[in-house]
Design a protein around this ligand. Structure first.
Ligand code: GUN
Length: 281
């Protein structure tokens, strides 16, 4: 029988703890913790994410500064805003919501976020430190996955982990976190030969390919832990993950649902990274 990992519940527990810590920080230091969130354009998914991030800040007592820039924002206007936030003492973290509208250079804009305010963990500095297993701000989604595994008492040490997807935001940092936790890690992607076979070897399978219901039961080992990072729409427009949940669940020991799995953890880790940035300052 499989167990569903309830990301909403785990996130709520962690946020309660975080709320206490934020309050302690504010009373002891007599100052707020600030997160700036920058959204450029009208991407509907990004609008939802940003709204949820701001709401989550309120919930734990982090002060949020939201900047909504129009679709036709110039690179220089965006960069000017980020440079200002970088110099602002009241801002401990800066989040530039991705993707940016066509024509804007996200790598160039992200480079202007100082590493100590990089609460997304996207900078070369933070990714480098993650690789070195040193103190780093770590990308929120993979960090959230690790916290879920930890919360459920799922051992990673010595396990065979397969990460499906090699994005800079999820796949690569996910693989590095699992490696740092002493798993034997394989990263699979669109050019991987014998993908099904590779996935079937996984004790822990993390799906982050961005394709609706991509993972089927032939790709899952009996008793595997299956973590679904996907956020897609199925043929009926219903929210679904990268894993075909109904098809796969009976083979799993643990599985995360979509929605209510990794998603709530991602935002919680953003709050956590912001708190850590304030403490480190
Ligand atoms: N777009 C999708 N996921 C993320 C994320 O974790 N951070 C940012 N900044 N943009 C995103």
């Amino acid at each position: 029988m499989y167990k569903i990992i309830d990301g909403k519940k785990i996130a709520a527990t962690l946020r309660e703890k975080l709320k206490d810590n934020v309050l302690k920080f504010r009373t002891e230091r007599g100052r707020e913790i600030g997160l700036a969130v920058v959204l450029v354009g009208n991407n509907p998914a990004s609008q939802v994410y940003v709204r949820n991030k701001i709401k989550a800040c309120e919930e734990v007592g982090i002060k949020s500064f939201a900047y909504y820039l129009p679709e036709n924002t110039s690179q220089s206007a965006l960069e000017e805003l980020i440079v200002g936030l970088a110099a602002d003492d009241g801002v401990h973290g800066i989040l530039l919501q991705l993707p940016l509208p066509d024509g804007l250079d996200s790598a160039k804009a992200l480079k202007l976020i100082p590493e100590e305010k990089d609460v997304d963990g996207f900078s070369a500095f933070n990714i480098g430190n993650l690789c070195l297993n040193a103190t780093a701000s770590v990308a929120c989604t993979p960090l959230g996955v690790m916290k879920m595994l930890e919360y459920e008492g799922i051992e990673v040490n010595g396990k065979r982990a397969v990460v499906l997807g090699r994005s800079n935001i999820v796949g690569k940092p996910m693989a590095m976190l699992l490696l740092n936790a002493d798993a034997t890690v394989t990263v699979c992607h669109s050019k991987t030969h014998n993908l099904e076979e590779e996935c079937r070897r996984a004790d822990i399978l993390v799906a982050a390919v961005g394709r609706a219901k991509f993972v089927k039961q032939e790709m899952v080992k009996e008793g595997a832990v299956v973590i679904d990072v996907g956020m897609n729409r199925d043929e009926n427009g219903k929210l679904c993950g990268d894993v075909d949940f109904e098809n796969v669940k009976d083979k799993c020991s643990y599985i995360t649902p979509v929605p209510g799995g990794v998603g709530p953890m991602t935002i919680t880790m953003l709050l956590y990274n912001t708190y850590c940035a304030a403490v480190r300052r």
